[in-house]
Design a protein around this ligand. Structure first.
Ligand SMILES: NC(=O)c1ccc[n+]([C@@H]2O[C@H](COP(=O)([O-])OP(=O)(O)OC[C@H]3O[C@@H](n4cnc5c(N)ncnc54)[C@H](O)[C@@H]3O)[C@@H](O)[C@H]2O)c1
Length: 324
């Protein structure tokens, strides 16, 4: 097939967002800027939200939301800047999108700050601020947009982090990102009843945030192989009405995306209901052979029921045998 035909076919299949309104939080820099620019280049009208704060949430002198929105408009797209905070002014952000564009179809909860420290020495106010911006901001923005997203059968993409696999010295950040991972699954189930889809990404990208990583090899790899532009197309696809995925989280970066799930092993049954019966069971407990990835608490409970011991079943004197 010739180049011209390839080009025509690609244009016909292009995923477009014409008529859609997207809010991208933290869109003045890094990943959010790439998401906003890509969505706008595909026809979305974009509210470019960013407080312009410093890396750790301190007030900043820059107005990056305005420059990103201006650049989008200069490129022929539609965008409006918004400088409210996701943690304290979510209603104003949703209101701004509605005032300018009249509807909300897409919410990308991306705004974030960084910070670190030993668990016992992180000041309580820093811990609270981290939770407030990441988890609180995601909750507040999702609540403010919820009825409008329900009306448009819209899409939410949240931002969690691979740090929830395990990462020391930033317990406040990891706690917030773990909450977002769980919130994504909860909202996906509720939103599905209104035709909404809620997914999340764990990005790996070279941005202001990762430029602070002290390990030079790790930072160098991110800088060379993981530009934020390598994630934006995946996030845009999750935002598209044609994407059927719901309740999923993906580790994304460098042009790759991989599904991340919670698994439950087959499990072990104790020979007796005593602490001693568990001693020496570590190897069996840690075995993931036969593990499953339940999509809901009910599915996890069914898995649990299927592997309960015969003794426990007998102790229940034959009750509940019909549950499946
Ligand atoms: N870069 C990575 O590899 C990586 C890894 C894991 C998670 N993340 C997450 O991705 C998201 C984007 O981070 P980034 O790497 O692009 O960092 P970034 O610092 O370049 O961008 C974050 C933006 O959020 C804005 N912001 C901060 N607080 C805000 C608030 N209260 N309201 C509105 N905007 C606010 C900042 O001003 C900034 O422009 C964050 O949630 C971050 O935790 C990034």
């Amino acid at each position: 097939m010739g180049c011209l035909q390839d080009g025509v076919l690609a244009a016909m299949n292009e995923l477009r967002f014409d008529g859609k309104v997207a809010i991208v939080t933290g869109a003045g820099r890094g990943l959010g800027r790439c998401y906003a620019e890509l969505l706008a280049s595909r026809g979305a009208r974009v509210l470019v939200n960013d407080t312009g704060s410093g890396a750790q949430g301190e007030p900043g002198a820059e107005r990056p939301a305005e420059s990103v929105a201006a650049r989008i408009r200069a490129d022929g797209g539609e965008a409006v800047a918004d400088t409210h905070s996701v943690s304290t002014q979510a209603q104003a952000i949703a209101g701004s999108a509605l005032a300018h564009f009249g509807r909300i179809d897409i919410l990308v909860n991306n705004a974030g700050i960084s910070g670190g420290g030993a668990f016992e020495s992180i000041p309580p106010e820093d811990f609270d601020r981290m939770l407030a911006v990441h988890l609180g901001g995601t909750v507040a923005m999702s609540r403010a947009c919820w009825p409008h997203l329900a009306a448009s059968r819209g899409r939410i993409v949240n931002t969690t982090s691979a740090s929830i696999f395990g990462s020391a010295w930033n317990a406040h950040y990891v706690s917030a990102k773990g909450g977002i991972f769980a919130l994504t699954r909860a909202l996906a189930q509720e939103g599905a009843t209104a035709g909404m889809h809620v997914n999340a990404v764990m990005p790996s990208a070279w941005t202001r945030l990762t430029a602070q990583i002290p390990n030079a090899d790790f930072a160098g790899l991110l800088e060379d192989w993981f530009p934020p532009e390598s994630i934006a197309p995946f996030v845009a696809w999750l935002c598209h009405a044609g994407c059927a995925l719901n309740g999923e989280t993906f580790h994304a970066g460098g042009g790759r995306a991989a599904r991340v799930v919670l698994v439950e092993a087959t499990g072990v049954t104790a020979a007796a209901w005593t602490p001693e019966a568990w001693a020496g069971q570590e190897t069996a407990l840690m075995d993931l052979e036969g593990a499953v990835a339940p999509a809901s608490m009910l599915e996890a409970f069914r898995h649990e029921l299927a592997h309960i011991s015969e003794d426990t079943r007998r102790a229940a004197a034959g009750k509940h045998i019909g549950i499946d």
